[in-house]
Write a protein that binds this ligand. Sequence first.
Ligand SMILES: NC(=O)c1ccc[n+]([C@@H]2O[C@H](COP(=O)([O-])OP(=O)(O)OC[C@H]3O[C@@H](n4cnc5c(N)ncnc54)[C@H](O)[C@@H]3O)[C@@H](O)[C@H]2O)c1
Length: 255
Amino acid sequence: MLKDKVVIVTGGAGLIGKKFCQEIIRQNGIAVIADISEEMAGNVIQKIDSKGLNSFFVKLDVTSKDSIQEAIKIIHEKYGKIDALVNNAYPRTKKWGKNNFYNFDFEDFCENMKLQLGGYVLTSQQFALYFKNQGFGNIISISSIMGVYAPKFENYEGTEMHSPLEYSVIKAGVNHMTRWMAKYLANTGIRTNTIAPGGIFDNQPQSFLEKYRKCCTSKGMLDSEDISGTLIYLLSDMSKYVNGQTIIVDDGWGL
Ligand SMILES: NC(=O)c1ccc[n+]([C@@H]2O[C@H](COP(=O)([O-])OP(=O)(O)OC[C@H]3O[C@@H](n4cnc5c(N)ncnc54)[C@H](O)[C@@H]3O)[C@@H](O)[C@H]2O)c1
């Protein structure tokens, strides 16, 4: 479905990103793992593409314009084109997830806004310049159900887990960035959509998993690969006229 499409996945070495890259390769595309961690990316390439024929690593920091420009240059020199960008990197501060609304650390809030929302905006903007010049391009951003619905705070009771306000604000921002860009980039050959996944299973506490499951319609927490089909659809020409949308993949959690 993605024959010879060159797809850049930021944070491609992480929990969700590596499954995205695996599926892109399975669909005959080329997966460029654009990650800040060379070590993690190396391990992923060994697992998903041991001969290194359909994948490529480029070091990229989504919060640095110079780094993004350098990565675009390297990828262009290697492949001569870029078909799509997947915004998926997940930079966060050391205090991430600990910020309490009643005892708020404003500096930490702003830093995470800059890293995550700012990182998605900056990367999209730099790739959009390249895509505009090229005459085509596709930008897909990974958001979250937290950018669409309010958290179910009761599910976190009795655990160390928390759903911070900044995550909801960042992801709602990502959803609307997509709508804004889709309109702004009209008639440039660039389209852009968002996927808002539900929670991904990563050995969360049992009590949380059980409460979460009760909110869903069949499975509960998803596995990373459960999101990949929607990504492939949005990357492929099957979704050619889908633009500016946020597609929720959450096993009915938000119903
Ligand atoms: N895990 C979930 O339950 C879940 C659910 C819904 C949405 N999401 C979203 O999916 C995306 C990926 O999440 P994940 O769980 O795979 O995260 P992860 O922490 O497993 O992976 C994130 C990757 O981003 C890379 N990274 C960090 N800072 C970077 C930077 N400045 N520049 C480039 N790369 C950088 C890391 O090295 C890592 O490989 C995030 O946007 C997250 O918000 C996650």
